[in-house]
Ligand binder design. Structure first.
Ligand code: TRP
Length: 329
């Protein structure tokens, strides 16, 4: 009897310990679900493509939101103040990784969070934006993917379509560091090819539209780099430019699908996926400094908007028409 009691007591004790252990484990695992906080400066087609492909690739990598990861998506609606408050919340809520889509987002993330690893997405010129000194050696707990715009190739296309191109309008938001970098490249190209560059800038859709209507009066073509403010203003911009029969060359495929005439550019779905792969590596313990920035500048396609081409009455040069990289949108 005594023995039986002892055995029962031992069993109960054991079971108790086990249950105790079990529940402790549970709370531990619950606490351990990593938090990945994702923000974008504004909702435009290209940034949404990046966000969606990031999310899909995270799922493909085995992350299930609410089960083994918490994914928090925020959009700043194009407002710098909102962006700042999103970033200060992210920094305070113990995120494990902050994912920052586009240059203004990455700059705000870097400002508000020093301790949390930051993975940026689609930052055209991370060094120019002051995020790091060397793309190969991220030194500020920040790395990511870059869509380095091939300004020369885009403007080469413009010259091929119109060998008499003499005046080029450059439309941008001068407070976007990504566009300031591309302006410098466009200036260099124009200088080399004896083209006059005229700048037009605006901080919102209305200002962009009026700047464009000034440019269309004096320019043979307009270049809209991948500027987030301009990307959000495409329908107004295209309407004005098409009326005056001025072709708009853009920095991204999304802006061609939104009515711009043409670009030479990358596939942003791939860039979004790579952003997820880098985030995954950091979640698995890799140091940011061992993850160089992944620059997307190869495997470019020529994107042309067919309807805009008809409206403008443009005929594509033979070699462009025959190119296997030509994508009509
Ligand atoms: N590269 C832009 C930046 O650095 C972000 C971006 C990605 C973008 N795709 C775009 C901007 C398309 C305009 C259009 O901020």
């Amino acid at each position: 009897m005594k023995k039986l009691c002892k055995a029962a007591a031992a069993f109960l004790l054991c079971a108790g310990v086990l249950t105790g252990c079990g529940s402790k484990e549970d709370t531990k695992t619950e606490k351990k679900i990593p938090v990945v906080s994702v923000a974008q400066i504004v909702e435009h087609k290209s940034l949404n493509t990046i966000r969606d492909s990031f999310k899909a690739e995270m799922e493909a990598l085995g992350y299930k939101d609410g089960e083994n990861i918490k994914l928090d998506f925020k959009d700043a609606g194009g407002q710098q103040n909102t962006l700042n408050s999103i970033m200060s919340t992210f920094a305070g809520n113990k995120s494990d990784v902050i994912v920052a889509i586009a240059t203004p987002t990455a700059m705000a993330a870097a400002k508000y969070s020093k301790d949390i690893p930051i993975v940026f997405s689609a930052v055209s010129d991370p060094v120019g934006a002051g995020l790091m000194d060397d793309l190969k050696k991220p030194n500020n707990n920040i790395t990511g993917t870059s869509d380095e715009i091939q300004v020369d190739q885009i403007l080469d296309l413009a010259l091929k379509v119109d060998p008499n191109l003499k005046t080029l309008g450059f439309i941008y938001n001068s407070s976007e560091a990504n566009s300031v970098s591309n302006l410098a490249k466009a200036k260099e190209f124009c200088k080399k090819h004896d083209i006059k560059l005229v700048e037009g800038s605006g901080a919102n859709i209305t200002e962009i539209q009026s700047a464009v209507s000034v440019l269309t009066d004096k320019c043979d073509a307009i270049f809209a780099p991948n500027d987030n403010t301009v990307a959000s203003s495409m329908s107004a911009l295209v309407e004005t430019a098409n009326k005056k029969k001025v072709p708009v060359y853009t920095g991204a495929d999304s802006m061609v699908s939104d009515g711009g005439f043409a670009t030479v550019g990358i596939d942003y779905t791939e860039l979004g996926k790579e952003t997820a792969r880098m985030t995954d590596k950091i979640l698995k313990g890799e140091d940011v400094e061992n993850l160089p920035v992944k620059v997307f500048k190869d495997n470019l396609n020529i994107y042309v908007n067919e309807k805009t081409m008809e409206t403008l009455g443009i005929q594509l040069p033979k070699d462009v028409e025959d190119s296997k990289n030509l994508v009509m949108m």
